[in-house]
Design a protein around this ligand. Structure first.
Ligand code: AMP
Ligand code: FE
Ligand code: FE
Ligand code: ZN
Length: 284
């Protein structure tokens, strides 16, 4: 039975609680899943408890925001890595920077959406939750400026919009090294997506592979057929594992849980690196 190795909960910008993400995974017939919230492992304990109850395997995970040549690149880290030094401090720094940046985005947006209140945005990001543009999008929906998150991103929150502000994140290569040093497995998230795709050329991926990168997320809705073929070829050349996953965000995005999956054989090879201790919630 398959696994979905990329999902988000209310610990970051998903709209479903960690336990409910696990319930949805069970309802979709998955053997297991990874919860990979942006820059935090805050949802993992609740997800592990739900997984144990339902007899699913929970792979602890995190989607780490990194930078490479001025672009934002997302790196999936599997294993119990979020509490290890120096990664824990790095992630805390990213979350702090994301919060400061949220305030700046709101200040800029108030020039065109005066009804947008900072307090309303901050109320959507309680302590322990990684702030992101989707939280601003939800506040924009609440004041009636846009009908949904998609429209908020298209009209006001895109990276090339005048209201966009970036945030501080660690370098991609350093981050691969930190995940590997923590005993985890590092996989490039949607490496063919718009922003990251431009800077993740074959030479860069080869350099990451030499640093211990374990795999590429190939089957993802952001990738067309030609991109998937190219990435599969690259994985073949560099002896990297190939994963598929949904990038589920609850009601916040179209992505359906288990719309792309990864076979158990690949999951086992991925986790053979950190060892069996990374499997939480295994009941058999
Ligand atoms: P941020 O992390 O603040 O830079 O915001 C990027 C996040 O917003 C990504 O993790 C996406 O999941 C989410 N996102 C991007 N585009 C959309 C969209 N059109 N609708 C909903 N969520 C989106
Ligand atoms: Fe997200
Ligand atoms: Fe991502
Ligand atoms: Zn994601």
């Amino acid at each position: 039975m398959p696994y979905d190795l990329h999902t988000h909960s209310t610990a970051s910008d998903g709209t479903t609680s960690p336990a409910d993400v696990v319930r949805e995974a069970a309802a979709a017939g998955l053997a297991g899943l990874a919860l990979t919230d942006h820059d935090t492992g805050a949802g993992l304990v609740a997800a592990a408890a739900a997984a144990e109850e339902l007899g699913l395997v929970l792979v602890p995970g995190v989607e780490i925001s990194t930078g490479h040549r001025g672009r934002s690149v997302h790196l999936l880290g599997y294993g119990e890595v979020t509490g290890t030094a120096p990664l824990a401090d790095v992630l805390a720094g990213t979350v702090r920077s994301r919060l400061e940046r949220l305030r700046l985005i709101v200040t800029r947006l108030q020039t065109v959406v005066p009804g947008l209140l900072l307090g309303d945005v901050l109320a959507r990001v309680p302590e322990g939750v990684t702030p992101g543009r989707p939280h601003v999008a939800d506040a924009l929906v609440a004041v009636g400026a846009v009908p949904d998150r998609d429209e908020a991103f298209r009209e006001l929150l895109a990276e090339d919009s005048p209201y966009y502000v970036g945030y501080r994140a660690p370098q991609l290569l350093d981050t691969v090294r930190m995940v590997v040093a923590a005993g985890g497995a590092a996989v490039l998230a949607h490496p063919g997506s718009r922003s990251a795709g431009d800077v993740l050329d074959a030479d860069t991926v080869a350099q990451l592979a030499a640093a211990g990168l374990a795999g590429l997320e190939v089957d993802h809705r952001d990738h067309d057929d030609a991109t998937r073929r190219r990435l599969r070829g690259l994985a073949d050349d560099l002896d990297l594992l190939v994963t598929g996953s949904s990038d589920f965000h609850g009601a916040g995005k179209q992505n359906k849980i288990a719309e792309h999956t990864t076979g158990e054989d690949v999951v086992e090879r991925l986790l053979a690196r950190p060892g069996p201790a990374v499997l939480l919630g295994r009941t058999s």
